[in-house]
Design a protein around this ligand. Structure first.
Ligand code: HPA
Ligand code: ZN
Length: 330
């Protein structure tokens, strides 16, 4: 259709993507087989059948199980490379992606194995696909701050390969305030800070992410519209929100796409951006997220382009590079 062509034609930046969430069942079965791991599911179809979630935790339970088949550097390379070639086909030209070191190191997979596989795929994509990238290490918020500190320490030999730190996993009951010290330490080591907040958690968690953690972007942040003072602050300080519409529907953060706050946020001047979160689990990559949002909210072409421009603005590219990409969107 015309809308799909328009979306394909727009160069895009993806800023909210969990590499472990891009693990397609087909690749999961392939890697399980070569690692001699027997999955609890008899077939790719029966695994896909299980992808029905009532909330964030039900998704996370499956997401962590899927990640267990990743053991070797080649596995992390293949996972990352599959994602990058997929989004390359969707005209994504810049990515800032998350990985969850603790999901792997807690199973005995060395930090070095994880990051080397990911790094090699990102470098290959930069050279061969001309996709620029940043890498963000996420702390799992259901674990302790002490555990996050251990992860920070493990990351230091690879500091040049990592641009930022994030905060993900089970939000309710695990407020940003739990991680104030490790975020401060991460900042002092030169990492740029982001955090998931206001996906399932209350507006107060978004305030905490801003004031206590001092993040430069909020991942999700859907619930900010409940608080006028917070909206004012996000607009004044130009704090971007990395929204993930298909994720929000899949995890019941919203009831249906028509209820998504993206358009409202654009209209009031927030730096709203669109991403895929965990595309293998939620039914779509970047183009599908743009398409379903545009269709449900009746976005016009200029609003679609604004979403793409916002993502370049929200990225950690240099001013000059942002301008180059933005000129291509227009
Ligand atoms: N929210 C929190 N943690 C996550 C998500 C998410 O959407 N995806 C992967 N880990
Ligand atoms: Zn996320």
């Amino acid at each position: 259709t015309e809308l799909k062509k328009v979306i394909q034609g727009i160069p895009k930046a993806e800023l909210h993507l969990h590499l472990e969430g891009s693990f397609e069942p087909e690749l999961m079965f392939k890697i399980a087989k070569r690692n001699k791991i027997v999955l609890d599911y008899a077939s790719i179809d029966s695994l896909k059948e299980a992808y029905k979630f009532n909330n964030l935790q039900e998704f996370l339970d499956l997401y962590y199980i899927g990640a267990q088949v990743l053991l070797h550097e080649q596995d992390f390379f293949d996972l990352t490379w599959a994602y990058l070639t997929k989004v390359h086909s969707q005209n994504v030209v810049h990515v800032e992606v998350f990985f969850d070191p603790q999901t792997h190191t807690d199973r005995g997979v060395p930090f070095d194995v994880v990051i080397t596989g990911i790094h090699k795929a990102l470098e290959k994509a930069e050279h061969e696909l001309h996709i620029s990238y940043r890498l963000i290490m996420s702390y799992l918020r259901h674990l302790s701050e002490e555990a996050a500190f251990k992860t920070l320490e493990s990351s230091l030999p690879y500091k040049d390969w990592i641009d930022g730190v994030g905060l993900d996993s089970s939000e309710l009951g695990n407020p940003p305030s739990k991680f104030v010290n490790v975020f401060k330490a991460s900042y002092n080591y030169g990492y740029t800070l982001v955090a998931h907040a206001g996906e399932e958690g209350p507006v107060d968690y978004i305030w905490q992410a801003l004031e206590l953690l001092q993040v430069v972007r909020i991942d999700h942040g859907n619930r900010c519209l409940e608080d006028e003072a917070l909206v004012k602050r996000l607009i004044e300080e130009k704090i971007p929100l990395t929204l993930c519409p298909l994720s929000n529907v899949a995890l019941n953060v919203i009831q249906k796409m028509e209820d998504h706050p993206a358009l409202k946020m654009l209209e009031i001047g927030m730096i709203a951006t669109i991403h895929s979160d965990d595309p293998a689990y939620f039914g779509g990559y970047m183009n599908e997220n743009y398409y379903e949002t545009a269709k449900a909210l009746h976005l016009n072409n200029s609003q679609l382009k604004q979403l793409a421009i916002n993502a370049f603005e929200a990225s950690w590219l240099t001013r000059e590079t942002k301008e180059k990409h933005i000129a291509h969107v227009k």
